[in-house]
Design a protein. Structure first.
Length: 111
């Protein structure tokens, strides 16, 4: 296998790829959905809600946090997490742009 040459891609494209990769696991999507439903959440609450062990939940939280999709703040002995609105806005804009481009292509008869 060849080496992936990421230096040839713009940083915005690399960031999007990292976010989509982080969201590419059902446990992480379940975490995001739970955080969105609760607005904010203590990590221990996630362990109670998901069929995963505490170390597994922590690993998934670290991955989501490493790409900036979630933000954490210390709340006493725990960390309170929430979804980063700037990242969801970036994804919304990107997906909207993709949708607009596919609609334009479809109208021209590209598909």
């Amino acid at each position: 296998m060849g080496i992936t040459k990421t230096e040839h891609y713009p940083s915005t494209l690399l960031q999007r790829a990292d976010v989509f990769k982080a969201l590419g696991h059902p446990a992480r999507l379940a975490i995001v959905e739970h955080l969105l439903a609760q607005d904010r959440c203590i990590a221990g609450d996630l362990v109670d809600e998901l069929p995963l062990a505490q170390p597994t939940v922590s690993r998934h939280l670290r991955i989501l946090q490493s790409v900036g999709f979630i933000v954490g703040d210390i709340a006493g002995q725990s960390i309170c997490y929430w979804v980063n609105p700037e990242l969801t806005e970036m994804l919304r804009d990107y997906l909207h742009q993709m949708h607009e481009q596919t609609q334009a292509c479809s109208e021209k008869g590209c598909a």
